[in-house]
Design a protein around this ligand. Structure first.
Ligand code: PMT
Length: 389
């Protein structure tokens, strides 16, 4: 996924955390097309020499003192992670760091003994007073073998926050609710009815929207695709169609856009058995199902002002006719249809081929692309169409 071509990032890495943190972070930044300069503090250089750093980034490693002497300019974003107290203090006192214009993201590394809410609050106050952004550690711990442990935001979180920081910001201030994943309709404590959705298409939409500055509420069923750790994505886990309906209807009102990508079960067992349903003697078994609430239809027909509404349609036949009918019946602004019988399209693959049906009759056929690229195209159309409303 190449998103960062032409953009420059400076990564300052400090202390023993470089051992477990820096290689995966530099690799993911470089892989996305960014040009990365690595600066190692003196303590980091004891543990990983400059040759290793140059090999990772493809550029000579800078020392922390060089930054102080030569200034810290010419970057699109600066990441300081893991950052010790000492380095944060030096940055705060240095004139070179005072004049920095680009986003500066600071991920402090705390020893487990120093890790408490007050310490993080204090760091947040110091860092935000300079207009920099704190990347707090969530549940993450960096394990350094005999050197102990460090509480620091994971390389993955730091990568995602960097992509948000350098993003084009054309969705800044927008709140987008996305549903994704399958739902699970329980029949008894052991069995449930579900489908093949992994949640990957909705995660791609959430991630690309967050990278472009939006705040995303991600209402999701039981996922088999990971949800990225980004401050701008708030995951709301649910299980059944009914749970997803309740969560969506409660939250959707204060969002400007709703993209309903979940593969919601159309039917759920009429009855839930508290005990495991026993095997009988008959050769067949029938599970009686009833209709679930239709979330897309409910949002489309919400009273008052509703968000700009994008639906999805998983089709296996008569894609155009079925999608047009859904667009109209559910009162959507856009409907993204994918033929789930085509190879490389639909459920549980990294790519998708989507045809977008727009209110007013226009139809745009997208080529088969990665789900992230499909997500970008859908968001482009959302921006274009919202400005017409
Ligand atoms: O998750 P992945 O593995 O990445 O796969 C992606 C996907 C194939 C699930 C995705 O691209 C997709 O097509 N999502 C919609 C799946 C679906 O349930 O389509 P549908 O045609 O059955 O439903 C039409 C629309 O109504 C959808 O927006 C759906 O979210 C919504 N719906 C359906 C039933 C229901 N009870 N409530 C709903 O809101």
């Amino acid at each position: 996924m190449v998103r960062g071509i032409g953009l420059k990032v400076l990564l300052v890495a400090d202390g023993a955390g470089v051992l477990c943190h820096t290689a995966p972070l530099v690799t993911s930044l470089v892989r996305t097309g960014l040009s990365v300069r690595l600066s190692l503090t003196a303590s980091a250089q004891i543990l990983v020499g400059p040759y290793y750093g140059s090999m990772l980034s493809g550029h000579p490693v800078l020392s922390f003192e060089e930054l102080d002497e030569n200034g810290v300019s010419g970057y699109d974003a600066i990441l300081v992670v893991p950052a010790s107290d000492k380095t944060i203090k030096e940055m705060c006192e240095s004139p070179a760091w005072n004049g920095v214009r680009c986003p500066v993201l600071v991920g402090p590394g705390l020893l487990p003994k120093d890790d408490n809410a007050d310490a993080w609050d204090e760091l947040d106050a110091t860092i935000s007073a300079r207009g920099w952004k704190l990347i707090p550690a969530g549940i993450e711990t960096c394990t350094m073998g005999a050197l102990g442990e460090l509480r620091v935001a994971s390389a993955e979180r730091c990568f995602e926050e960097t992509m948000v920081a350098i993003g084009k910001n054309d969705l800044k201030g927008k709140r987008i609710l996305i549903t994704t994943g399958p739902t699970a309709e329980d029949a008894d404590p052991v069995r449930f009815v579900t489908n093949r959705s992994t949640g990957r298409m909705g995660v791609a939409l959430a991630r690309m929207a967050a990278w472009r500055g939006a705040f995303v509420t991600l209402v999701h069923g039981p996922m088999s695709w990971p949800i990225p750790q980004i401050n701008a994505i708030r995951p709301v886990p649910v299980r059944s169609a009914n749970d997803m309906y309740k969560a969506t209807m409660e939250l959707v009102q204060d969002h400007q856009v709703a993209i309903l990508c979940a593969a919601v079960a159309d039917y759920t067992p009429v009855e839930y058995s508290d005990i495991k349903i026993k095997k009988g003697h008959d050769a067949t078994f029938a599970l009686l199902l009833k209709r679930t609430p239709d979330i897309l239809d409910a949002v489309g027909h919400m009273p008052g002002k509703r968000p700009f509404l994008v639906g999805f349609a998983a089709e296996s036949d008569h894609v155009h006719a079925n999608a047009q009918a859904k667009l109209q019946a559910k009162n959507c602004d856009m409907l993204c249809a994918n033929d789930v019988t085509k190879p490389g399209s639909g459920f549980a693959v990294g790519t998708n081929q989507v045809t977008v049906f727009l209110r007013g009759g226009e139809v745009r056929e997208l080529p088969q692309m990665s789900k992230e690229d499909v997500a970008e195209k859908i968001l482009d159309m959302v921006i274009e169409r919202m400005s017409l409303i």
